[in-house]
Design a protein around this ligand. Structure first.
Ligand code: SF4
Length: 184
């Protein structure tokens, strides 16, 4: 999960759901996960055993997101995980049974900080809308822009090469930098 997109307000859906459910029922977060549903058919030139097919299916359905930094929770999400990267969730275990450095995890406190940061972002966006700010300013983040899949390109007249047309550039930061920013 790209935290740049979460804190800039582009990817706030899952954190917002998490925020709503944890408040309503006093639950604690275990993670926010999603997976792409495009083209999950296993294609191979050779015959595969049932086990190999299952392995490939699991790999294709590997979820993205952020999980609570808790080995028990990670193992409940992938009950076959013993060591190495999980095929199911964005986490892994090292030899001594702890979470690998590559794992995409956050503590309960970090989830709370992220929830607060997204709440503030929603307030900020709402306030801009109420002020009547409807400027055409699609985001631009690394290689992607808000216009990439837009059907209205031909009629909206937005052209970043023209004076007065400008993207809302999102400065890419490393996760550690983002955590530092939002915990200030
Ligand atoms: S092409 Fe135009 S309407 Fe579509 S996202 Fe970009 S600025 Fe908005």
């Amino acid at each position: 999960m790209d935290l740049n997109e979460v804190v800039s307000g582009l990817q706030i859906q899952l954190i917002t759901y998490l925020d709503a459910i944890t408040k309503q029922d006093n639950f604690e977060p275990a993670g926010i996960l999603y997976l792409g549903l495009v083209d999950h058919i296993v294609q191979e030139k050779k015959n595969l055993s049932e086990q190999e097919i299952q392995q490939k299916i699991r790999k294709n359905f590997k979820m993205q997101g952020l999980i609570l930094a808790d080995v028990t929770v990670v193992k409940m999400m992938d009950n076959q995980l013993e060591q190495g990267d999980s095929d199911v969730v964005p986490a892994g275990l090292v030899k001594d049974g702890s979470l690998s450095k590559k794992s995409n995890v956050a503590s309960k406190e970090e989830f709370e900080i992220l929830q607060k940061s997204v709440q503030n972002k929603i307030k900020e966006i709402s306030s801009e809308i109420l002020k009547g700010n409807i400027a055409i300013k699609p985001y631009s983040h690394q290689t992607r822009t808000g216009c990439d899949y837009c059907k209205y390109k031909a009629i909206c007249m937005f052209n970043p090469n023209m004076k007065g047309n400008e993207y809302d550039y999102i400065k890419h930061k490393k996760n550690e930098e983002i955590w530092n920013d939002i915990t200030k």
